[in-house]
Design a protein around this ligand. Structure first.
Ligand code: ADP
Ligand code: MG
Ligand code: ZN
Length: 550
């Protein structure tokens, strides 16, 4: 089976992390490989996935029983026949592993290097039909490092005895250690080496909250007229509509999605490859096999699925090393949609939790108060400083202490029973009388109107960032009504303070508040005020509220 479907079906990931794909391909092609990737970069996948792409058994040499256990458990849960031979197993457990090995049932076998000291191990592995060896934490073979494990020296012998390709993985990149690994594991033969920073410094990173998304994309594309670009959309229908809108504004654009005939898709691919200045408006189906070096910009009209997907998609820009611009739009609807897709999916609970955590990481990037590239590279395990080539480096966003605002919003969510969406919560906070407020008696709540110091758009910004920080979540059991999460508790208890970004778009249109005492009997004044509110709102596109006396 090929890599992409396995990545999705077995591991539940929607994209490779930077560097993974090339390594997976080399290992699967049976080459000797030395891969250096930072901690957290995703090395395990680089030997687990190839093990499933070829027949037979892959032996993984790993230094720690706990590491082996975790990986075997995760693989077994994903339906992969994997096991570990360790001194931590009972005799019965090890006997069962050996039986499965002899029956050639296993795809991955983990073992500590100390096992290789036993004369029985190599003959046993010979019988088991080993197709490849993977060495995790390969720097343990280095005598000068602080993790030296003498038994790692036996791995070179194992490779010679089995005569199969070997792939070595480590996060330690210094030249001496690398040379030692090559000398001791590959007997000096040069493996294919992967040592590449993840950074693509020529790609400018930018995010914007959705605020008239179609116009935002049209403006971005129009400012880059004549340059080849890609717009990624969340749905097929949207690719067609947006391509049409771009055409209508005089730009050359065409849609691309998996629902199109193979012929039409191929036509778009060739046209994009040959023509200068074409815009392809596509779903994520567009990309695999697109090898155009001079894509000058990539926009996301909807929030991508994860940081991995985001980086893979923007990474299609600027392959020639020339400058590339990106713009990623996100809004509360994206967040709600993704959360409910995760919750309503069929994945087991741990995978759902991991998906939520990955979404949180992406939202953290979207709302980053500092350099985005720093956040991005740290996520992949690489250290970095401010980059000077992202929107937050261009213009550092203003932040404000939002602790009280967040506490008010959380308490409004709690007091309304965690069953309402953002709109209603904001009505409660801003003390806006609506039919629903009246029906539910929510104007009687102590939180009614406590948030009049912020405008509705400002509250939307706060709520969006609260969703992003995972302080509140749509609850699928309650029709997507907002509920508070465990991470909100310390905020409610006043144990942590929350800093949020100001959103320039929301601040540009502050609310105009008309304050007046209105008696119940004073109906004419009330309707005059309402008319004035409407007029103001229409004339200046500013939200204006009539505040009623308590
Ligand atoms: P390393 O061994 O390089 O330190 P791991 O293999 O332990 O890194 O992976 C670190 C984390 O990244 C794990 O939680 C793993 O599930 C996750 N991960 C790996 N590859 C991907 C991917 N393509 N998409 C999303 N998450 C990934
Ligand atoms: Mg690891
Ligand atoms: Zn930056």
């Amino acid at each position: 089976m090929s890599a992409a479907p396995l990545l999705r079906q077995v591991f539940g990931f929607d994209a490779f992390r930077p560097g993974q794909e090339e390594i997976v391909e080399a290992v699967a092609a049976g080459r000797d490989v030395l891969a250096i990737m930072p901690t957290g970069g995703g090395k395990s996948l680089c030997y687990q996935l190839p093990a499933l792409m070829r027949d037979g058994l892959t032996v993984v040499i790993s230094p720690l029983i706990a590491l082996m256990r975790d990986q075997v458990r995760a693989l077994t849960e994903a339906g992969v026949a994997a096991a570990a031979l360790t001194s931590g197993n009972s005799e019965d457990e090890n006997a069962e592993v050996i039986r499965a090995l002899n029956a050639r049932e296993l795809r991955l076998l983990y073992m500590a290097p100390e096992r290789l000291a036993s004369g029985a191990t190599v003959p046993m592995l010979r019988r088991a039909g080993v197709r490849g060896i993977a060495v995790d934490e390969a720097h343990c073979v280095s005598q000068w490092g602080h993790d030296f494990r003498p038994d790692y020296l036996r791995v070179g012998e194992l490779r010679r005895a089995l005569d199969v390709p070997l792939a070595a993985f480590t996060a330690t990149a210094d030249a001496e250690t690398r040379e030692e690994i090559v000398a001791r594991l590959f007997a000096g033969a040069q493996p294919q080496s992967f040592l590449r920073g993840f950074d693509r410094p020529n790609i400018h990173l930018a995010f914007q909250a959705k605020d008239g998304p179609r116009r935002q994309i049209l403006d971005f594309a129009a400012a880059r007229r004549g340059q080849s670009g890609i717009v990624y959309c969340g749905t097929r229908a949207k690719t067609e509509a947006l391509a049409q809108a771009l055409n209508d504004s005089g730009l050359a654009a065409t849609a691309y999605h998996g629902g199109m005939e193979a012929d039409s898709r191929r036509q778009v691919e060739t046209r994009f490859q040959r023509e200068d200045g074409l815009i392809v408006v596509a779903t994520v189906a567009f990309g695999m096999g697109i090898d155009k070096p001079d894509i000058r910009w990539v926009a996301h009209a909807d929030l991508p699925k994860s940081i991995e997907a985001y980086y893979q998609e923007i990474g299609r820009g600027g392959r020639d090393g020339g400058p590339a611009e990106t713009l990623t739009l996100f809004g509360p609807d994206d967040i709600r949609l993704r959360r409910s897709q995760i919750d309503e999916g069929l994945a087991p609970p741990e995978r759902k939790a991991a998906d939520h955590a990955r979404l949180n990481a992406l939202l953290g990037l979207a709302e980053a108060p500092g350099c985005r590239r720093e956040v991005l590279l740290r996520y992949f395990g690489e250290e970095a400083g401010p980059c000077g080539n992202c929107d937050t480096c261009d213009a550092p966003p203003e932040t404000f202490d939002a602790t009280e605002a967040v506490q008010k919003a959380l308490s409004a969510v709690l007091r309304t029973g965690q069953t309402f969406g953002a709109g209603h919560i904001i009505d409660v906070l801003t003390g806006t009388m609506t039919d629903r407020i009246r029906q539910r008696g929510h104007d009687q709540l102590p939180t009614f109107g406590v948030g009049r110091d912020l405008s509705k758009p400002q509250w939307q910004v706060v709520i969006r960032q609260m969703l992003g920080r995972d302080l509140i979540r749509p609850d699928p059991e309650r029709h997507g009504g907002l509920a508070i999460t465990l991470s909100a508790h310390p905020v409610l208890r006043g144990e942590i303070r929350i800093t949020l970004r100001h959103d320039p778009a929301a601040r540009a249109r502050p609310a105009t508040v008309i304050r007046a005492q209105v008696d119940d009997e004073d109906a004419p004044l009330l309707s005059a005020l309402k008319a004035k509110r409407r007029a103001l709102a229409e004339a200046a596109r500013v939200p204006a509220y009539v505040i009623f006396p308590d």
